[in-house]
Design a protein around this ligand. Structure first.
Ligand code: CAA
Length: 258
């Protein structure tokens, strides 16, 4: 029985981390299941993914501490690589991925959320990188992605203190884009995902690629990523229809991914 469920819903789909008995903690099998679930996504049909945790209490409460406890340095490095490999796959996944964080997003859970394109959360969400309190560093990208999202000063404070933050603070520092009352989170995630899915899929994918690839580059090189993305949209059916509809003062037909 896989720990990650792939649940398509029209042209959007959920990936549900489903190990509620351990607050959805990530062991090697959960990571392998997440990798397999990504492979199962029908990219001809699905235009946006939502990652969430099963149950009310937790998005993901971190990497599995019981599984990590007796690792040696090589084993720790290998486990870190397994997590990083699947999170990189998620980060560079062709379509947008929204993290819908209900409850705990700690350690590897915060790192999973950060590998998504952006994060929204419930008002009960708790974020943190508690690793130094366990005698380790973050292992699935936390030392790198947190600084890129909230800036090095705030990232260092969170990581060095191992202090958890609540939803309102996560919003204030830009770790999440919006906070919703518990019970409204997944409907809000679906609305966002559907809004994205209604836009021209080739253009949305090209935006994601350009933003991700340009992020690590100097601006003069980064804009070249955009030029390639921009050019790739022309003469697609969706570009012809989108611009044609504007010029003919009519609503465009649903975009087709062509
Ligand atoms: N690993 C393994 N099991 C975990 C877990 C984790 N990260 N988080 C929770 N669980 C398990 C608990 O052991 C418990 O199992 P049992 O019922 O079998 O005892 C079950 O989930 C429920 O947890 P609690 O009883 O602790 O629930 P709580 O409501 O009292 O506390 C919590 C919730 C504050 C999230 C607490 O569970 C907690 O602090 N969890 C650990 C959080 C953490 O430190 N995460 C970082 C891990 S290190 C990491 O992620 C490294 C990396 O970057 C790759």
């Amino acid at each position: 029985m896989p720990f990650v469920k792939y649940e398509p819903k029209g042209d959007i789909a959920y990936l549900v981390i489903d190990r509620p008995e351990a607050l959805n903690a990530l062991n090697a099998q959960v990571l392998a299941d997440l990798d397999a679930a990504l492979d199962a996504v029908d990219l001809d049909l699905i235009r946006c993914l939502i990652v969430r945790g099963a149950g009310e209490k937790s998005f993901v409460a971190g990497a599995d501490i019981a599984q990590m406890k007796d690792l040696d340095p090589a084993g720790g490095e290998a486990f870190g690589k397994q997590g990083n490999d699947v999170f990189l796959k998620l980060e560079s996944f062709p379509i947008p991925v929204i993290a819908a964080v209900g409850g705990y997003a700690l350690g590897g859970g915060c790192e999973l959320a950060m590998a998504c394109d952006f994060r929204i959360c419930s008002d009960t969400a708790v974020f943190g990188q508690p690793e130094v309190g366990l005698g380790i560093t973050p292992g699935f990208g936390g030392t790198q992605r947190l600084a890129r999202i909230v800036g090095p000063g705030m990232a260092k404070q969170m990581i060095y203190t191992a202090r958890n933050i609540k939803a309102d603070e996560a919003l204030r520092i830009g770790l999440v884009n919006a906070v919703y009352p518990t019970g409204e989170l997944y409907a809000a995630a679906e609305k966002l995902a559907s809004t994205i899915a209604a836009n021209a899929p080739i253009a949305v994918r090209a935006c994601k690629k350009a933003i991700n690839e340009g992020a690590a580059l100097a601006i003069a090189d980064a804009v070249v990523c955009e030029e390639k993305a921009f050019g790739s949209c022309f003469q697609t059916g969706d570009q012809q229809e989108g611009m044609g509809a504007f010029l003919e003062k009519r609503k465009h037909e649903p975009f087709t991914n062509h």
